[in-house]
Design a binder for this molecule. Structure first.
Ligand code: P6P
Length: 339
């Protein structure tokens, strides 16, 4: 029993490594874990309550909001935003930054960007979905509201990031710069318990993950990369990886992290006709890139590190290649060689 390490205890232990810590970050992570429990309580019963289905409105992305999307977004805004640790927040569900809820002091030390429920189009099919969060120190002076400049930050300035995957079990995976740690929710005691300490990408990769339905739109570099990963490149032999793709970013990324391999969402034609990435930089790719790098891996837009990109907009989209470092770096070479 002495080995039972809850996330609260783990966060507190991590805080002891930072003598100057004020406890604000610790409280922030407590709030995130609580919000995750509340969301998990709904996702595990989605089929039993009237939480399924569409909320009847469209979000900033032009996507039909699911009821669970709306619930998750509001829970995070209120629970995580309401305790005075954040000066400003940004959500995938809202075009503009969110004001700090009543009770949350405007002088918060941190900023948070989040995707409350990614992959929510899969909810009705019982496919894993997830919450993603990214945390930075504020840049603007304390005791005033946060600014958009606090939010438009390269991933390299994150102080913590993580995700919650609501799947066969609910797991919270986070890093605060000292490795990646996974906690599994024990519903019997309502606690996230350390189940995956110090996660690193396995030396031997197992899967690649991409939507083959878009194959005709892939660039020559991406086509060369997939050919290589599946052992079909005569110039560069590689033991063939198997394909896994569930169309839910957190689920696909989490499997890649634990199994080794690479997740790819390249630039493809979008409904508006442009050729670009689909995944959002600030609250999807940058936090997952932070986790990937903390786990010994790497994440790129095909040309440069995701975490070197200075965001121009809150909802900016980028191509995303993340996973075992040697695989992602080789994909960059193929893309570069293909011009
Ligand atoms: P596609 C879900 O809608 C999402 O935003 C990510 O979770 C997922 O990785 C991607 O879209 C799947 O997109 O075009 O393969 O259906």
């Amino acid at each position: 029993m002495s080995q039972l390490i809850t996330i609260d205890r783990h966060i507190l232990d991590q805080q002891s490594h930072f003598p100057q810590a004020t406890g604000a970050f610790t409280g922030l992570m407590y709030d995130i874990a609580l919000a995750a429990k509340l969301i998990a309580s709904r996702t595990t019963r989605a089929g039993l309550t009237d939480i399924l289905g569409q909320a009847g409105q469209v979000n900033v992305q032009g996507e039909m909001q699911q009821k669970l999307d709306v619930y998750a977004d509001e829970v995070i805004h209120q629970i995580v935003g309401g305790n005075g640790r954040l000066c400003i927040m940004a959500s995938e569900e809202h075009e503009q930054p969110l004001s700090i809820p009543p009770g949350g002091a405007l002088g918060g030390e941190y900023v948070m960007l989040y995707d409350p429920l990614d992959g929510s189009s899969n909810i009705d099919y019982n496919v894993a979905i997830g919450t993603i969060f990214s945390i930075h120190h504020r840049l603007s002076p304390r005791n005033m509201p946060g600014q958009i400049s606090d939010l438009l930050r390269p991933g390299s300035t994150q102080v913590a990031a993580g995700y919650v995957v609501y799947g066969s079990s609910t797991m919270l995976v986070y890093s605060a710069g000292e490795g990646v740690h996974g906690f599994t929710l024990d519903p019997q005691i309502g606690e996230f318990v350390l189940s995956h300490p110090s996660i690193t990408f396995p030396a031997r990769p197992r899967y690649y993950s991409i939507n083959h339905g878009q194959e005709t739109h892939w660039s020559a570099g991406v086509q060369r990369s997939v050919s290589w990963l599946t052992g079909r490149d005569p110039e560069r032999p590689h033991s063939p990886l198997s394909l896994r793709y569930i169309g839910s970013l957190v689920g696909d990324f989490h499997r890649t992290l634990l199994s080794g391999g690479v997740f790819m969402y390249p630039a493809v034609p979008q409904p508006d006709g442009t050729l670009r990435g689909k995944l959002r930089l600030t609250y999807e790719c940058a936090p997952l890139a932070y986790i990937a790098e903390q786990a010994g891996g790497y994440a790129s837009d095909g040309f440069r590190a995701i975490n070197d990109i200075q965001p121009e907009g809150l909802h900016q989209r980028v191509p995303f290649f993340a996973g075992s470092r040697d695989l992602v770096e080789q994909i960059e070479v193929f893309i570069s060689e293909a011009g």
